[in-house]
Design a protein around this ligand. Sequence first.
Ligand code: NAP
Length: 252
Amino acid sequence: MSADTAPPHVLLLGGTTEGRRLAEALAGGPYRVTTSLAGRVARPVLPPGEVRIGGFGGAAGLAAWVRGHGVSAVVDATHPFAGRMSFNAAQGAADAGVPLLALRRPGWSAGPGDRWHRVPDLGAAADALPSLGSRVFLTTGRTGLAAFAGLDGLWFLVRSVDAPSPPVPGRLDVLLARGPFSLESERELLRAHRIDVLVTKDSGGSATAPKLVAAREAGIPVVVVDRPGVPVGVPLVESVGAAVGWLAEAVG
Ligand code: NAP
């Protein structure tokens, strides 16, 4: 196939449900889609299309990959908290001269009965904890636990897909699990571990939202870590359908 007749090549930076859904939506054409995964999870759920695994080597490496593989557009569907990758995507796509879109699921909002404390980062979450509770359900993932390592007076239940590595809090139990989680199981987990404060990132989506409902029902305060935000100038959509529409405009 000549370069003129080859389907436009879309690089999809994934690692999220939205990324996988977009790959599924694009599987019928008219694009060649390569999903890129960081390689953090031992057994990732693979999307349709081509898959590459591992870092690019910063923004320059991503730009080189884009040029070398004839990529026409990049969609950054990484997790709202994968801030470094999103920054690299903005820089790398600009350097390579290809359009870039950010796809992010909407964040969560507090409703009646919620006792939420919004904080800008994990360090601020750790600062807030001692005044809120002593038995913490920490659901911010296995990285970044160093921020909580100095809180010796508190006990932590850490839930993550893969096991965390040090530094971690001195008093902790680790629960290895991958969402989605049901409301019933979240209620039972809070009760069984006598949790009195929950920490979460504002990840959005439905797969891990039941813990927020369970916390509301139990009157438990929730420390919500705000998103770092999409790099300036990068267009943002919140649905797979909107991303498909953007691609049709940009390169279809
Ligand atoms: P990060 O801090 O923003 O990225 C660190 C480095 O990992 C990047 O500089 C890049 O390495 C590499 N990387 C990240 N995403 C990549 C991708 N899709 N393809 C190729 N390389 C990638 O990211 P993170 O927070 O460690 O998250 C890593 C991955 O896990 C992301 O793909 C994200 O979607 C997924 N994830 C993250 C979270 C979270 O809470 N942060 C939750 C669920 C899933 P190079 O500089 O070498 O290119």
